[in-house]
Design a protein around this ligand. Sequence first.
Ligand SMILES: [Zn+2]
Ligand SMILES: [Zn+2]
Length: 596
Amino acid sequence: MSGKVPYEETHLYRLRHSLAHVMAQAVLEMFPTGKIAIGPPIQDGFYYDFDLPRPLTPEDLKAIEKRMRNIIKKKHKFHRRELSAEEARQLFADQPYKLELIDGLEAGGVDEYGEPTDEPPVISTYKHDTFEDLCKGPHVDNLGEIHPKAFKLLKVAGAYWRGDEKRQQLQRIYGTAWETPEELEEYLHRLAEAEKRDHRRLGKELDLFSTEPDMLGGGLVLWHPKGGLMRHLAEEFCKNEHLAHGYDLVYTPHIGKSTLWETSGHLDFYRDSMYAPLDIDGQEYFLKPMNCPFHILMYKSSLRSYRDLPLRFAEWGTVYRYERSGVLHGLLRVRGFTQDDAHHFVQPEKMPQEIDFVLNFCLHILRSFGFTDFQAYLSTRPKEGKAVGDLQQWADAERALEDALKRANLPYDIDPGGGAFYGPKIDIKIKDALGREWQLSTIQFDFNLPERFDMTYIGEDGQPHRPYMVHRALLGSMERFFGVLIEHYGGAFPVWLSPVQVVLIPIADRHVPYCRQVAERLKAAGLRVEVDDGSERMGNKIRLAQKQKIPYMLVVGDKEQAASQVAVRLRSGEDLGPRDVAEVEQMILDAVASKQ
Ligand SMILES: [Zn+2]
Ligand SMILES: [Zn+2]
């Protein structure tokens, strides 16, 4: 376990929270009739939502920033006070959004951002200078703690009041803030890098996928030929690895009767994420949000003996889950996606070996895609009353998970009480090329479904026993994984995954036949090859291939043709010079085989 301080307790958090107030003050100075909504700190910065008489421009942001600097320089202190709902209503009499939040605070159960909370309803404000805001803190002691050159306003985006599309659209100003100007510079650099790698932008530039919110619907992905080919290559590799490691590949339907989802409990605890049912012959059918119940029915389709176990059913199963339209984001948050899902059914006493196996298999798969930096999180039993299964089962399962993490030498944190009500789990996050963490893999125990479906196997004693069940997804969803992969590589994928691996570039038309000949040879060796016989000049052709992130550009002029060679250029810009075709072919095949 690491002793990381929670973000909410850091100085950076207080600093960003304080700047949200300062920004609101500056905006109200510029727009005295403006209405203010909420302004929390977020990762790397803060935002505030405003209802203003006109749309903000980039010049406005500069002006707001300048006002903020002037406010900070006066080093005002923050003062907290508690008030009654009535006093608060008087204070915010001309701020309708605050009045709605005060109603919520008075009724209890929500905080000053309108988010659910268990904390007792206290109405408090923080005041600095002339600006007083509904807030529970924390803030810096005084604004002198904030370096006036260590923050920046980044952009304005539309945001619905309370995230509800049916309510007012507000203007959200995003800012970032750091302890020092140097940290701000570094962050802005990382941000620019991340923008260059944005998977939505690269998805368009490289023609990999698209979404069509207006015609098709939000959160639904069209995989274009090149993206589809990459997905096929990734799935083909993974499926073969699954078969080689004792998994069975199965297929199940997209819909199932309400009886199934009642038995599994999804209609109780997962209904909010499921879509409205279809009516088929007077019966309700639901689109599947998960594949588990189908795999359980498959398990139960015949009598199982301990000799059959472990059973590992794997499926690239496409599931549909409701997400609010406001949170949909490219490939990362979608409504329909395909999980590389599997369920393990195990004798309880064989469970530790099974966890070792699945964890190592997981790392093997992630490493095959070039990820090497992992961080695991072990989530344990929720508090009394919120968990199914007996204490001994939980203790055994948690120990098996933790021991497996230790044996695999994985760094891990424990999230006490963070497990689902049906079992403890391991989540694995990978770090990408920019150091960002992405959660991909989950290995999750389940004490609930085997009970609900009355699953059994016949043990060595001839008696029926309950198997243990583990859900796991390694890449997570193919959509999300693909988004992460695009951003990690900035579109310059490993050779084995590149949709086009080689492009032949003839310098003049007379070199085209020779280029075609070399292309045929490389295709016969199993490579994906194109010949750029267009009318562009060579320099443009190279630039185009570089933009398409094609790993190998083979340029042919008179000299190369006469010597049966090609001049090799890499997408990095590196020039390897003329080489024999056989040598080049071997070099590329080696790169494919090693998955580099
Ligand atoms: Zn505050
Ligand atoms: Zn499952």
